[in-house]
Ligand binder design. Sequence first.
Ligand SMILES: [Zn+2]
Length: 201
Amino acid sequence: MTRTSSRFSDYVFSAQPGYDEPSLREAFSHAVPLTSVVIYCYDPRVREIPQAVATFLGNQVYPGEVILDANGSRVGSTTTMGTVSVAAGRAVDAIRSVTVGEYLFGIETVVVVHHSNCGATSYTADRMVANYAHEHGGADISKAYDAGSVSISDYEASLAYDVALLRAAPGVPRHAEILGLFYNTDTGELTEVVRDAAVRG
Ligand SMILES: [Zn+2]
């Protein structure tokens, strides 16, 4: 194992003497009891979504407490929920995070939440592509993103799309249950729209 001389290498687990990935991975799995990932919109009006989902599921701890060691270093947390906040809460932007969560902690539930009056319902993918090119010197984003994930025109369809996208992703564990929920931005009410049970065996 060669030590790097990078400025922040003291904070890199894999750069430490005696680094052993299996034992470190085991330690991580106990440091945070993460069992779920919640994907939701970065719209500041809906910041309460993770807390609402924790209440909805009933078996989650969020935000939980940070655990300190004797030196005051932050070594863990009691939360069970990881959160991914992205435009419109679309699953395409969150799959890698689910994979990392599964690898380090073990994920049993993935929840994707779309919310009422989301900005992503205010435009179409085709118009965005055309306008973006016009406004940014011809920049072509027509192939940059999955067209089905760019905007929302029907919440039942967008939630079904995202749950299917997650289920089809090899980086999302087959043993995880996947839920698609609709969130009312004004009342905070969550409605279950899609539930894809864990794949057994
Ligand atoms: Zn939104």
